[in-house]
Design a protein around this ligand. Structure first.
Ligand SMILES: [Zn+2]
Length: 93
């Protein structure tokens, strides 16, 4: 009898909706040159953001605080630029 190669593979979720990775966002930043992290709800990417890069992402010019991050709908990883970037509080539970 031949085993089915892909019969039992569970499909990963690729619906474009990712839950906010609180633990990852709350980790200490790798260097003082970084202001915060961004999280892309479109592809799930989390990356540190340099202070000098914040104004280019958040058009309001606001500075994220220590318990805040930048939430985007699209980012440079999944699209060509950051879309709908806004500063949000890390949703600690
Ligand atoms: Zn993305």
């Amino acid at each position: 009898m031949e085993a089915k190669l892909f019969g039992s593979v569970v499909q990963p979720e690729t619906k474009g909706v990712h839950s906010v990775p609180v633990t990852e966002l709350a980790e200490p930043l790798p260097h003082e040159d970084y202001a915060t992290r961004f999280f892309c709800g479109g592809c799930g990417t989390v990356l540190p953001v340099l202070r000098e890069a914040v104004p280019g992402i958040v058009s309001s010019g606001a500075e994220p605080g220590p318990d805040q991050y930048i939430h985007t709908d699209r980012c440079d990883v999944c699209d060509s630029g950051f879309e709908n970037a806004r500063i949000k509080n890390i949703p600690f539970s």
